[in-house]
Design a protein around this ligand. Sequence first.
Ligand SMILES: Nc1ncnc2c1ncn2[C@@H]1O[C@H](COP(=O)(O)OP(=O)(O)OP(=O)(O)O)[C@@H](O)[C@H]1O
Length: 230
Amino acid sequence: MIEFRSVTYGFDDVPVLEDLSLTIENGEFVVLVGPNGSGKTTLLRHCNGLLTPDSGTVLVDGTPVEADLIAARSTVGMVFQHPRDQFVAATVGTDVAFGPENLGLERSAIDSRVTAALEAVNMADREDDRIETLSGGEQARVAIAGALAMKPLYLVLDEPFTGLDTPARRSVRSRLESLSDRGTGVLLATHDLREIRDLADRVIGMQDGQIIIDDTPEQALDDCAELATR
Ligand SMILES: Nc1ncnc2c1ncn2[C@@H]1O[C@H](COP(=O)(O)OP(=O)(O)OP(=O)(O)O)[C@@H](O)[C@H]1O
């Protein structure tokens, strides 16, 4: 469970999240929508300690994130809006291996995690490719594989469809669907709710750093469609 308890956060004293409380259960597929600047990225970055609340607490499986950053980052995998921001190595396989290597695992365990993560995103045959040679959709899938190699319970994705063409969007979407089917929790921010609404268990709508909608996709759809296009 990821739990926000009365979280307030601001940049340079300008409030962005205001007394925000939210609970995401294991295995839930939650979509976060809201206009530009409503605080979606700021919320996501609290889930694994990239940002720390000014007041309030974020807990992952009952432990405050800042009390055990390594555990939080193993439990919550983060996929940034621009995959290039998160690559640390030149080739697909070495990049995906980076996280497990930092956990200090044996080589054989690292290799099997890399293989499984690349299989999960349908990129197993591209392990030796240089990242710069991949399409945008392939890079997005490698970024997801990098997070999966940490065997996270939750995957947090910030606008994973941005800049992708239709086949790439479909491919990322279907990877997320199968991960969710296998029990990985997903928290995903998007501007395009239509893309993902039939995968979601729940839709959260944000405005001005606060949650203004928290409902099933069916019930939230009308309000969120309007929010997402503002
Ligand atoms: N590093 C930063 N320094 C100062 N202000 C920031 C910083 N990052 C974000 N902000 C401000 O915080 C507010 C919320 O930004 P955030 O990126 O969380 O919104 P968002 O809902 O993800 O927006 P978008 O849909 O455009 O990505 C905005 O007003 C933004 O300008």
